[in-house]
Design a protein around this ligand. Sequence first.
Ligand SMILES: Cc1cc2nc3c(=O)[nH]c(=O)nc-3n(C[C@H](O)[C@H](O)[C@H](O)COP(=O)(O)O)c2cc1C
Length: 312
Amino acid sequence: MKLAVDIGRLVLQNPIMPASGTFGPEMADSLDFNQIGALVPKSITKYPRPGNPTPRVCETSAGMINSIGIQSKGIEYYEKELIPQYAKYSPPLIPSISADSIEEFAEMSARLGAHPDVAALELNISCPNLKGNGLAFGMEADTTYTLMKAVRHVTDKPVIPKLTPNVTSIQTIAKAAEEAGADALNVANTMLAMAIDVDTWKPKIGQGMGGFSGPATKPVIVRLIYQTAQAVNIPIIGCGGIMNGEDVIEMMLAGASAVQVGTASFIQPDAMIRILEEVKLYMSERGIDDIHTVIGAALPKKAEEVKPECGM
Ligand SMILES: Cc1cc2nc3c(=O)[nH]c(=O)nc-3n(C[C@H](O)[C@H](O)[C@H](O)COP(=O)(O)O)c2cc1C
């Protein structure tokens, strides 16, 4: 059974990887890192950041809201302490970068991109930035383009912007990222959401609003993948609401070449391994021997190229 997929120049042994912020070295006791497609740690910032006020996480009826605020020990700690820990495992390491300005994104990408143990870079362009009045870089096609172009100039490693679902047209943003040289796209980060405690009449998250993840988000993410796949020619990594193997297949049918698993790992630390087994079972039960058969199979067929007749 062929499970390997290509994300641009990056080859993954299988399409299952963690979503940034839901995975770390402490999980090595409950999850065999060598069995997953790639290693995607929590987003890092240039300088240490304390993160947002508590409470930072709350449960809702069908998903969770978080506003961690990119708590980070900074890039130096990451290089010295974390990269060597991940380098012990065979799947490619894909750091996720978060930054406050385009210049800082480029600087961090150059530094991490030059690291021999880094296989590719994910750009978290979906978190708020100070220079953009608190809007995420990925909210606008022109900032997405400028940011991606700046990063493209400083690294040859595959670059994967993680798009935000909180936009009117993801296709416009996706095309801007592709035109600026993105190798693949992550669709998508969390959805802006809020929950209020009916006893205290206060928001359940210290910061007020936060990012919604988990099973309730999956239909929206499937729609976003389906739309993005028709707008670009680069691979898509689906992210949002995957709880089981059939969720993976659904996102792949919509056009994803690989997927990320987040909230499910909080419920079951080795959920990715179970989900991979469920994908294999789905394939074997239906006699599918190559996962590529599934990728984009639900997309409308592209109109057949009409060849001009001889002499025309
Ligand atoms: C506690 C928590 C922390 C997160 N931190 C990050 C982060 O640092 N960078 C990032 O790009 N996404 C972050 N995310 C978003 C996830 O990577 C993912 O996009 C989201 O959880 C949707 O996937 P899921 O429904 O499978 O959880 C975080 C999500 C959660 C729940």
